[in-house]
Design a binder for this molecule. Structure first.
Ligand code: ZN
Length: 267
């Protein structure tokens, strides 16, 4: 089990010329590093992030419930594969997610080593001893088939709303394409209703305005509850924030499960 930090220069790869802002498939097929099977089954373990995933050992892998057949504690180590996780510099991420007002992205150009890091994560796959299906075990801040981490995409959405410069300038400051940033924003908006429902059902917070106008209010709430919200969202809606419609339905069904002992919790 090892993780390697790669050069942030890989970010340049994402400045694609032909991306349409309304295209939910913002990553080309060759960036999809999860193995392709007819059914894709993943178990998210919210006790780990991509930076602490290496603490998960092979001995811990027998405790998961199977998302396919429902058998309890039925998994065992099967294999592993590598996948990329791109994340914002932790200090910058905190600053962005907790910002109340405008964010001066120009300052991010001075971050030594770059604003983003690209990590190769060694992901375990387990096999269910009851139904023989295999499942990847993902940490809680990784979105299936997306290179960018969940909180990093949340940070990009926050930057879209709180930027002090034009979208083109902001994109240059953080070395992403504005089309990519816009696509992430649209994906965020596509989850708004589900997030507002969760806020009401679990956190007892009501959105009184029309949902289309509540994006920033929901965003502030999710940023404040960023530890519990993604887990509760998956538990309630059986999908992960920033997973796109086409990712779920593109000819293959993605079956999602969660690690045991992850009962719905308020913050
Ligand atoms: Zn099973």
């Amino acid at each position: 089990m090892k993780m390697r930090k790669k050069s942030h220069n890989l970010i340049v790869f994402f400045i694609a010329k032909n991306q349409r802002p309304d295209d939910p498939n913002i990553q080309s097929p060759n960036t999809r590093t999860e193995p392709h099977y007819k059914y894709i089954k993943m178990i998210t373990d919210y006790r780990y992030s991509h930076t602490t995933y290496s603490e998960l050992s092979k001995d811990d892998l027998c405790e998961y419930d199977c998302p396919k057949c429902g058998a309890r504690h039925s998994t065992k180590y099967y294999s592993h594969y590598e996948r990329h996780v791109i994340s914002l510099d932790p200090d910058a991420l905190k600053e962005i997610l907790e910002a109340e007002g405008g964010i001066d992205t120009e300052a991010f150009l001075d971050i030594e080593g770059g604003l983003f890091s690209d990590m190769l994560l060694d992901v375990y796959r387990v096999k269910c001893i009851s139904c023989n299906t295999t499942h990847a075990i993902l940490p809680g801040d990784v979105v299936p088939y997306r290179r960018f981490g969940l909180l990093t995409m949340l940070g990009i959405v926050k930057l879209m709303y709180n930027r002090e410069h034009s979208i083109e300038k902001t994109a240059k400051h953080i070395q992403l394409s504005w089309q990519f940033m816009l696509a992430v924003l649209y994906q965020w908006i596509s989850h708004l209703s589900g997030m507002a429902l969760l806020m009401r059902a679990v956190y007892q917070v009501r959105i009184n305005e029309l949902i289309a106008g509540a994006s920033q209010k929901v965003l502030r709430f999710v940023c404040c509850h960023r530890v519990s919200f993604p887990r509760n969202y998956q538990k309630e809606h059986k999908k992960i924030i920033f997973m796109t419609h086409s990712q779920i339905h593109k000819g293959r069904k993605i079956v999602l499960g969660m690690a045991v002992n992850q009962l719905m919790q308020i913050p």
